[in-house]
Ligand binder design. Sequence first.
Ligand code: NDP
Length: 246
Amino acid sequence: MDNATQRTAIVTGASRGIGRAIALRLAADGLAVTVNYAGSAAKAEETVAAIEANGGQAIAVQGDVADPPDVERLFQATLEAFGRIDVVVNSAGIMHMATIGSDNLETFDKTIATNLRGTYLVLAQAAQHLGEGGRIVALSSSVLAKSFPAYGPYIASKAGVEGLVHVLANEMRGRRITVNAVAPGPVATELFFNGKTEQQVEQIAALSPLERLGQPEEIASAVAFLAGPDGAWVNSQVIRVNGGFA
Ligand code: NDP
């Protein structure tokens, strides 16, 4: 397929976890994919290799989503490789626990930088480069509704992400570009397992009426819906994909 007809996607944080599953799924749906990562070059290359092994097209591009020149370079590299950008998914994110106390400002600043400033910069580049019919998806989190202790920085960052999504949807008026968020419940990835005992994992998994963790592929299915033809009329929404963890 030539550049004129091949749809393409940028997926941030696609070296591991949910972003990786999204990159694989969008590639399986026929999009050429840019696999962004922060530090895990080998894992990003594994994502690219898995896409290519299935007959798809992909490139890996390193870049910190909190860094404006990096994000600009991510979009430029995609345009150079594929000629156009149709879908942008911001999955890059971190989750560090800290109670609300002045001693924990470093965790707060780092979380806001990666999750909220990162989303802002990726949405800004998406708004600049997407053409008519474009789709933008940002990852939020269902934990917003729980207000668990020590989730302050993370929940604050994701509340901001949801705010940005609704505003950008309005700013895209007249361009036929949709902007949505997908807010997963607990999903079996490093981000979720880090720092938790087996018992804590079981307790959290039991909170959903389906009594299990989500799998990255189940989040990718929701993103693929929003990025594909069936999602065309869904705009400015937060889709909570969580097995009923409400
Ligand atoms: P993982 O920890 O499994 O993967 C995180 C990914 O983000 C990696 O690819 C990592 O790259 C990348 N990343 C981290 N920081 C940056 C940065 N500054 N710039 C670019 N890339 C970065 O996380 P998940 O897949 O679980 O999470 C994906 C998204 O889903 C996040 O936004 C998270 O908040 C959200 N989410 C996750 C839930 C869960 O239970 N897992 C629940 C709800 C929401 P590298 O490998 O190079 O470090």
